[in-house]
Write a protein that binds this ligand. Structure first.
Ligand code: ATP
Ligand code: MG
Length: 318
């Protein structure tokens, strides 16, 4: 039987006359990773702040770790950890001192605090840097320290607001590994991100937030199936080769100026081979072949193009 870690119903939040969350429903089973995906200003941080009791919603209800968000806010706080979008690391003190401060806030004894701090610093590969001021840390190190600080109280549910924004690819992959390990230990992770790839890599379920509403919700595969498929693009330098290819691959969309052909493709080896075999049979060779798989832009375009700005308004805005 699965237990629900987070359940939200009809959450609403406005600032002045700006509606940020316009009735949000979310369910996150215990021990899973949930990704809230959305562009700048979509309301991701607002959702995290509400669910972690930092701010209150204007409407709706939510249960976190089985406790009512408003009636039992203290119990919710005891069960969760939050790593904000902007670092909570104090740069003036060392990494270790930041950790010990968190241990104090979590009412650990001096001895227990030192033990937990040392253990987490080691786990996040920060032992060597532990005695240096945190202001000297790289972005990736600060992010790791941020998460280590969040784990001091052994939360069962953690909220990570854009955990990898600003990290280089290696640090990003390291962070993904850390998040996977947390979940392997049974922790529930609620993360926000602007990267579909990140949600794709990590999340059991993904919700796309747009215009205050959940525009789509599902597994990465389900979301990708909702949007127009990928394509391959073949580019030629020789106009004759281009024309022959256009005849051979008669179903392709033509870009006569760029001497490029575009065909729908799922990007599979089988599909690419079929297309290349047809060119081979006519003795044609493309100069460049690129495979395009659906990405965040595609998802947003497909999910939000008709809802963001009414078509007429868009036309007249040009
Ligand atoms: N305290 C506040 N007062 C007024 N408006 C606010 C406040 N906090 C957030 N907003 C507005 O609410 C909207 C959503 O903000 P939020 O920070 O939740 O977005 P986000 O999805 O986290 O964006 P980003 O990707 O940039 O972090 C924005 O338009 C923002 O300007
Ligand atoms: Mg944010």
């Amino acid at each position: 039987m699965t237990t629900t870690a987070i359940a939200a119903n009809g959450l609403r939040k406005s600032y002045g006359d700006k509606t940020v969350l316009d009735g949000i429903d979310l369910t996150v089973p215990e021990g899973t990773i949930f990704a809230l995906l959305g562009p700048n200003g979509a309301g991701k941080t607002t959702a995290v702040k509400i669910l972690s009791t930092l701010i209150t919603a204007d409407g709706g209800r939510a249960q976190v770790a089985g406790h009512d968000l408003t009636a039992q806010a203290q119990s919710v706080r005891a069960a969760i950890g939050v790593t904000g979008q902007f670092s909570a690391v104090d740069g003036l003190i060392t990494g270790e001192e930041n950790m010990l401060l968190m241990a104090d806030l979590n009412h650990l004894s001096k001895q227990e605090g030192r033990r937990v701090a040392a253990e987490l610093l080691a786990r996040f590969d920060l032992t060597e840097a532990a005695k240096k001021p945190a202001s000297t840390y790289s972005g990736g190190m600060k992010r790791r320290l941020d998460i280590a600080m969040t784990l001091v109280g052994s939360p069962r549910i953690i909220f990570l607001d854009e955990p990898t924004t600003g990290l280089d690819p290696r640090s990003r992959h390291n962070m993904w590994q850390i998040i996977r390990e947390l979940v392997a230990d049974g922790v529930t992770v609620f993360l926000t991100t602007q990267y579909l790839e990140e949600a794709d890599q990590l999340a059991d379920r993904i919700a796309v937030l747009n215009n205050g509403k959940i525009a789509a919700e599902g597994t990465a595969e389900e979301l990708k199936r909702m949007i127009p498929g990928g394509h391959i693009r073949l580019r030629f330098t020789d106009p004759d080769a281009y024309r022959s290819a256009a005849t051979t691959l008669h179903e392709a969309a033509r870009d006569d100026e760029a001497l490029a052909l575009q065909l729908p493709s799922d990007g599979s080896q089988r599909n690419l081979r079929t297309i290349l075999d047809r060119l081979d049979a006519s003795g044609i060779e493309a100069d460049e072949l690129t495979v395009h798989t659906p990405d965040l832009d595609d998802v947003f375009f497909a999910l939000t193009a008709t809802t963001t700005v009414p078509a007429q308004q868009k036309e007249s805005a040009r």
